[in-house]
Design a protein around this ligand. Structure first.
Ligand code: FAD
Length: 318
């Protein structure tokens, strides 16, 4: 099923999750264990992030460029297929522009179609040192909207080359939104206008960057509606579990932590921080559900126990 068919608006929390593939050498069974622990809470779908290979280009004496790969981060596609096969839930692989050519993206999408995975999240990705835009006949997508256009073309049966027996794909595409603005955008309305372009290009829903202040999300959602964006917007959430995250999350994800939460965490003992984070997340979710946002998306990274406590409590109270 497609993500947009799995969203509900019945006033009960409908919680999906995002996980990160293990680094090379890490164990896939650890990730499957995480999903196992989340299954009692009936996730409608699970996103699996993608991380571009570290690439650099070396200029050759004849002026051409040679592409080198320093480090690969595989796993997204295989993990999506393994989760779907083992647990029977929908998975959403993240696909990136950065670090991948259009040809590689097409290959990944053909593979996903073959595996029966119908949902993808189209993202630009962060800088990976992929500097040359055109290498011989290899091209890359610059912005997420370019990747959305590539997928929409495949959904209409148009591939990069005239392929024999290539049936149109049928992907449901999600894209990223930023309640507190993407860090490169000069202002929020400019950012929202680019977000709307992704929807107009064929994306069907938006999942947001994490936020801890519901007001930021509610303002963002209302600005999106004013801009004519009608697609579902799924709030992205995270349970704050350590004092260190007061610095690391804002510097990595460009969002703010409300004073009330930050000062409570600062004053607490380290071992009490997860309880504060869980309480805050429950409050945030309840408020969002009461404002009509039943579909919630949690970033888990590697530890499901804190998120599980939040969802368990929400289900008890629902
Ligand atoms: P875009 O939509 O391309 O936007 C990037 C910036 O360019 C924005 O400032 C936008 O306003 C601007 N822009 C867009 N179009 C144009 C244009 N035509 N001209 C000029 N400016 C333009 N990163 C990963 O590496 N792996 C992941 O798995 C991953 N998952 C994520 C999941 C979610 C839900 C979110 C919110 C983010 C995720 N990210 C991930 C991070 C994301 O890749 C970065 O935030 C990246 O910097 C921007 O990606 P985007 O798809 O929003 O880019």
């Amino acid at each position: 099923m497609k993500v947009v068919e799995l969203l509900r608006n019945d006033g009960k929390p409908n919680v999906s999750y995002e996980i990160v593939p293990p680094k090379r050498g890490g164990s896939v069974s650890d990730i499957l264990d995480i999903i196992e622990q989340l299954m009692p809470y009936e996730p409608p779908f699970v996103d699996v992030t993608s991380h571009s290979a570290q690439i650099y280009y070396e200029e050759q004496q004849d002026g051409s460029w040679r592409r080198h790969i320093k480090r690969k981060r595989p796993g997204t596609l295989g993990l999506c297929a393994a989760i779907k096969g083992r647990f029977g839930i929908e998975t959403v692989p993240h696909l990136l522009c950065k670090g991948f050519t259009r040809e590689e993206s097409e290959d990944a999408l053909i593979e996903l179609n073959y595996l029966g995975i119908q949902n993808v999240m189209a993202l630009r990705g962060d800088d990976s040192g992929f500097k040359k835009p055109v290498i011989g006949d290899r091209t890359r997508n610059e912005y997420a909207v370019d990747l959305v256009r590539q997928i929409s073309a495949m959904n209409s049966g148009h591939f990069l080359e005239e392929l024999i027996d290539a049936a149109p794909t049928d992907f449901c595409v999600g894209v990223a939104g930023y309640p507190e603005k993407h860090f490169e955008a000069p202002n929020i309305n400019w950012d929202i206008s680019n977000l709307k372009t992704k929807i107009d290009a064929g994306a069907e829903y938006v999942t947001t960057q994490m936020f801890f202040d519901n007001k930021a999300f509610i303002d963002f959602e209302s600005r999106c509606r004013q801009a004519g964006l009608t697609a579902p917007i799924i709030p992205g959430l995270k349970v704050l579990t350590s004092k260190r995250q007061l610095q690391t999350l804002p510097s990595r994800f460009y969002m703010q932590i409300p004073e009330e939460l930050a000062s409570e965490i600062e004053a607490a003992r380290e071992e009490d921080v997860p309880e504060i984070g869980i309480r805050w997340a429950i409050k945030q979710c309840e408020e969002l559900v009461s404002e009509g946002f039943s579909n919630l998306h949690f970033y888990i990274i590697q530890t499901p126990q804190h998120v599980s406590k939040v969802v368990k409590e929400l289900r008890k109270r629902a």
